[in-house]
Ligand binder design. Structure first.
Ligand SMILES: Nc1ncnc2c1ncn2[C@@H]1O[C@H](COP(=O)(O)OP(=O)(O)OP(=O)(O)O)[C@@H](O)[C@H]1O
Length: 275
């Protein structure tokens, strides 16, 4: 068996989240059609697929922004229906959006706590515990592999990968059980991608069920325990690391099989086609 970066730390247990035959429509368009998925604690599930295949709708469903029309969403085996993002968050599902918003002029530590800052003393003398806020931010970022952060710097100083890491560190600190991460759309350097991947591995190591939406089969293969390939709102393939190597995954995603069939058909019609 091949090994993922860091490899899964927690053996498979009962699913934390499950989709059973979920359909979600926008008018006559089924953005998700009879999707069934199992998301377990301590595992990274990578969701891959072309534009328009339903990935964002899946993220929206898990994070309480989108309702499903048919099927069931189960949390710890119980059917749930999130009506707001707040309900999904309260259930322990944290989402890190692809174009993640930070308050750019606010400091890194302010963005980390966002209204949940630590305080000391008792009312009416309660005051913000600035040292604790800074220390916690630096410590939690370091736990997921981001070191050398100045907690007092404005968040605009963070690069896209670091922003994702900040949101992941925050989710871990505030006790998320499931983490849904949409790959940043901003172009990232390899080092910035590495930070995001390291954060995912750290989250898995801390027992979260991690969903990583990505276009990149190489990155998916580095961190994923499962690969869900979406096409036209459906799960086209649901594979594990034992099923595919990185080349298989790349070929599947690039529509390699379709291309091969097309080439064979063209060759039958035009035997003189160059090889
Ligand atoms: N708000 C909406 N209204 C109508 N149709 C929508 C809406 N959102 C998504 N769709 C349609 O649902 C389908 C799935 O879209 P979705 O955004 O989930 O795909 P995606 O895989 O996330 O694509 P991308 O990689 O481009 O973000 C597409 O056909 C899309 O046009």
């Amino acid at each position: 068996m091949s090994t993922a970066l860091g490899s899964a730390a927690v053996p498979a247990v009962a699913p934390l989240l499950e989709l059973r035959g979920v359909t979600a429509r926008f008018g006559s368009v089924a953005a998700l059609s009879r999707v069934s998925l199992t998301l377990r604690a301590g595992e990274v599930t990578c969701v891959l697929g072309e534009n328009g295949s339903g990935k964002s709708t899946l993220v929206a469903l898990l994070s309480g922004l989108q309702r499903h029309d048919e099927g069931e969403l189960l949390l710890d085996g119980q059917a749930v229906r999130f009506r707001t993002p707040g309900q999904a968050r309260a259930a322990g599902i944290a989402t890190v959006w692809q174009d993640l918003a930070v308050a750019p002029v606010m400091s890194v530590w302010r963005n980390f706590f966002l209204g949940a800052e630590p305080t000391r003393g008792v009312w009416p003398f309660r005051q913000l515990d600035l040292d604790a806020a800074r220390d916690t931010t630096v410590r939690e970022m370091a736990r997921i592999g981001v070191t050398g952060i100045d907690p007092d710097a404005p968040a605009s100083a963070l690069r896209a990968g670091e922003r994702h890491s900040l949101a992941i560190a925050r989710a871990l600190h505030f006790g998320a059980r499931a983490l849904v991460v949409d790959e940043p759309t901003a172009p990232l350097t390899v080092a910035q991608h590495a930070l995001v991947l390291e954060s995912l591995v750290a989250a898995r190591g801390r027992g979260l069920a991690v969903v990583f939406v990505t276009h990149n089969p190489q990155y998916a293969h580095l961190v994923g325990d499962h690969y869900v390939l979406m096409a036209h709102g459906q799960v086209a393939s649901n594979l594990t690391r034992d099923d595919v190597d990185v080349e298989d995954l790349t070929r599947l995603l690039a529509g390699g099989d379709d291309l091969r069939r097309l080439t064979e058909t063209l060759r039958q019609l035009h035997p003189d086609l160059p090889r």
